[in-house]
Design a protein around this ligand. Structure first.
Ligand code: GUN
Length: 296
């Protein structure tokens, strides 16, 4: 069997077209322009690529972007000062502080300082808590994007056994909680495995839906996947550079062999990545709508 390819790029484009319409309507009806502030500290090349992509997407959708690039030796106080300034700026509806942050910065303190109403990354513990108890909130962009990818490609989560490989705060833990919720876009039975789980294959082989975010290139091989399973690959691992100097990326799943056994699979790149950006745009539009008392 050859797996159906879940085309994240195409689904993200559909979502962004919907958002474009919403942004135009907000401008016309309410003179409201959604605004996203991006904050990048230091010179990590991958973070630069991601943040630039976020800025470009804002431009394409008619979202205003306010971009802050700070030096690698920025102090905690300077960064906190910027977050406070953005919290009280009415043109800014969403604040994104790209992580990881340099070593001298206390990341948790920075994330806690962001106004939860502007936390379009869904990283603030207040919003994470709301998500865990099933309240409407900003879902973190990657896990929110995975859920949309499943819904929009007609993969039923209800009653399915979802196995998540990876327990990070920005992917593994939130996606497990999101798919555990009591609603028709979730209602899954969820197992979470991680780097200290013995015999991971015992668990992955039971997955109807396997979500992999462990950060090891080609970690999931065909012998670890049940025939016909849906495989969502969140990994983007650098495995060198192309002749033109661009990063060569690959997922956490050995795509060639696993796609011969799975029922459906996301490529990486081109699967979850584009959805992350689309969800950030969606959360920014949502924050802008909520700021004037509209429904999310
Ligand atoms: N670093 C990797 N992914 C993300 C993300 O979704 N948001 C932020 N702020 N930083 C990241």
């Amino acid at each position: 069997m050859t797996a159906r390819i879940i085309d994240g790029k195409k689904i993200a484009e559909e979502l962004k077209e919907e958002l474009k319409g919403q942004v135009a309507q907000l401008k016309e009806k309410y003179s409201l322009v959604p605004g996203l502030a991006t904050v990048l500290v230091g010179d990590d090349p991958a973070s630069h690529v991601y943040v630039n992509l976020k800025i470009k997407n804002c431009q394409n959708l008619g979202i205003a972007s306010f971009n802050y690039q700070l030096k690698a030796d920025t102090s905690q106080e300077e960064l906190l000062g910027l977050v406070h300034k953005l919290n009280s700026d009415p043109a800014v509806h969403g604040i994104l502080v790209q992580v990881p942050l340099p070593k001298q910065i206390n990341e948790t303190e920075i994330l806690l300082a962001i106004d939860p109403k502007k936390d379009v990354d869904g990283f603030h513990p207040y919003n994470l808590g709301k998500m865990v108890i099933g309240e409407n909130t900003f879902l973190s962009c990657t896990p929110g994007g995975i859920q949309q990818l499943l819904v929009r490609s007609n993969v039923k989560t209800e009653g399915a056994h979802v196995v998540v490989v990876g327990r990070s705060n920005i992917v593994g833990k939130p996606i497990a909680n999101i798919l555990l919720q009591k609603n028709s876009m979730a209602n899954a039975t969820v197992t979470v495995c991680h780097s200290r789980t013995p015999n991971i294959a015992n668990f992955t082989l039971q997955a109807d839906i396997l979500i992999v975010a462990i950060g090891i290139a080609g970690f999931i091989t065909a012998d670890m996947v049940k025939e016909g399973a849906t495989v969502i690959d969140v990994g983007t691992n650098r495995i060198g550079t192309t002749a033109t100097g661009k990063a060569k990326l690959t997922g956490d799943v050995a795509f060639e062999e696993v796609s011969q056994k799975a029922g459906a699979i996301t490529p990486s790149p081109g699967g979850v990545g584009p959805m992350t950006i689309a969800m950030l745009m969606a959360n920014t539009v949502k924050a802008a709508r909520l700021s004037i008392g509209l429904k999310p």
